[in-house]
Design a protein around this ligand. Structure first.
Ligand SMILES: C[S@@+](CC[C@H](N)C(=O)[O-])C[C@H]1O[C@@H](n2cnc3c(N)ncnc32)[C@H](O)[C@@H]1O
Length: 414
């Protein structure tokens, strides 16, 4: 039976899936249902019809799961703001939700066995500070009436909002949203930052050009025992506790030793390079590779006191393929964008002979695919930590330790 958009159907909701929804079945067809929880019976409105699957929003809950809560934000509802996926899920259950997604991806795409997953004991951990007020960078979209707002789910439609509850309190206090009366003619995006160093800045972005509006264009961040100065639109971890949490996890996994050499690939402003440089000391060596001009400039400006750090402005794949960086190297941090590092980069990293790789991942699927490349080359995922850097959303961050699998090496037992 063919179904149409806006049609309402009754569904029994099944397991969680990547993307912030659960899976249900309707006449044998898969339905990805948002605003639902596993085990619930809901009335869902179909939002998209595709060959082989449907998307739908739960609009009425007939039988609620025990983990369902009232979303604190009035915009976190079907057809409204698409920024948060899990406001209807109790905070502790959000961690379980994300853990399930990670385990499922590592099984299906990463090829890990139940025994390996048991040993890894994956559990997504909460960060300090609770699920609201953590977002230190918010990019509001501007609608046709020049009002700043947030985008609907899978849409370019702007939903005007008068607040965003996951935004940092200093961002919430800014008079940038429609209820303040402020309008943004000519701007496409209003970019706000509330930094850990106490700076609050606003800029507009139009045709890729950033124009400062208020606050300092260069903000201070405090992380890895240093103060950083970064142009407000340079990449930086969004949760105020994220940078220190990730640095601590990476250092604990790699245990860098004085005199060792390390690569910080996809290094941004140098968060991990700085932490590695402190550990390997002046007799060690750290090479950071970053492709964005702003990230490179920020790294150059912020790491001047660390002569053991070399900064290479290049795409990682190009730097490896053209031998702008060459092994041997002891340690590698891989922190790629959502697409992952990809098999050619993973293979080139392994060819440099590191004793350990720490992989910082914001997409479990891309991470799982890259893990499969590691395991196919005789390496194993020795440790895995998951962090809820993005509460209320479907996103999760992973830090995995990959090491050569002694059992699978040709010289094992020698
Ligand atoms: C997830 S961020 C991590 C940045 C940094 N490690 C941090 O935690 O602040 C990924 C970084 O990779 C950079 N990037 C994206 N694709 C790249 C590529 N192909 N080669 C090098 N850098 C890349 C981005 O500009 C961004 O700075």
């Amino acid at each position: 039976m063919s179904r149409g958009e806006a049609e309402r159907v009754e569904l029994t909701v099944g397991a969680v899936a990547p993307g912030g929804h659960c899976v249900a079945r309707l006449d044998g067809q898969v339905v990805f249902v948002r605003h639902a929880l596993p085990g619930e019976r809901v009335v869902a409105e179909i939002t998209e019809v595709h060959r082989g699957f449907l998307r739908a929003d739960a609009v009425t809950v007939l039988d609620a799961a025990a983990d369902r809560v009232e979303p604190p934000c009035p915009y976190a509802r079907p057809g409204r703001c698409g920024g948060c996926d899990l406001q209807h899920v109790a905070p502790a259950a959000q961690l379980d939700w994300k853990t399930s997604v990670v385990v499922e991806q590592l099984t299906r795409l990463g090829g890990l066995t139940p025994a390996e997953l048991d040993r890894l004991d994956v559990r997504v951990e909460a960060l300090p500070g609770g699920p609201l007020g953590w977002r230190s960078r918010v990019r509001y979209a501007v609608d046709a009436a020049d009002r700043a707002g947030l985008l609907k789910h899978r849409s370019h439609e702007v939903v005007p909002v008068d607040r965003c509850l996951i935004a940092h309190p200093a961002i919430r206090d800014l008079p940038v949203l429609a209820d303040s009366g402020t309008r943004w003619p000519d701007a496409e995006v209003v970019a706000t930052v509330a930094s850990t160093g106490g700076d609050v800045s606003v800029a507009t972005v139009t045709d890729g050009t950033t124009t400062p509006v208020s606050g300092p264009p260069v903000v201070r961040e405090v992380a890895a025992g240093r103060e950083w100065r970064l142009p407000a639109d340079t990449f930086w971890q969004v949760h105020p506790a994220a940078a220190d949490t990730l640095v601590a996890a990476v250092l604990a996994q790699l245990a860098p030793q004085p005199g060792e050499s390390a690569w910080d690939l996809y290094g941004g402003a140098g968060l991990f390079a700085a932490a590695l440089a402190d550990r390997v000391g002046p007799s060690g060596r750290v090479t950071l590779v970053e492709s964005a001009a702003q990230g490179v400039a920020a790294a150059r400006d912020n790491l001047t006191d660390l002569p053991q750090v070399e900064i290479v402005a290049a795409r990682v794949e190009t730097a490896l393929a053209r031998r702008r960086i060459t092994g041997p190297v002891d340690l590698v941090v891989l922190d790629p964008p959502r697409t992952g590092a990809g098999a050619p980069v993973v293979r080139a990293v392994l060819a440099a002979g590191p004793r350990a790789v720490a992989y910082v991942a914001c997409d479990p699927a891309a991470f799982a695919r890259d893990v499969r490349t590691f395991t196919g080359a005789g390496w194993r995922l020795a440790e895995l930590r998951g962090f809820d850097l993005f509460p209320m959303t479907q996103h999760v961050e992973l830090v995995g330790l990959l090491v050569p699998d002694a059992r699978r090496r040709p010289d094992a037992g020698c």
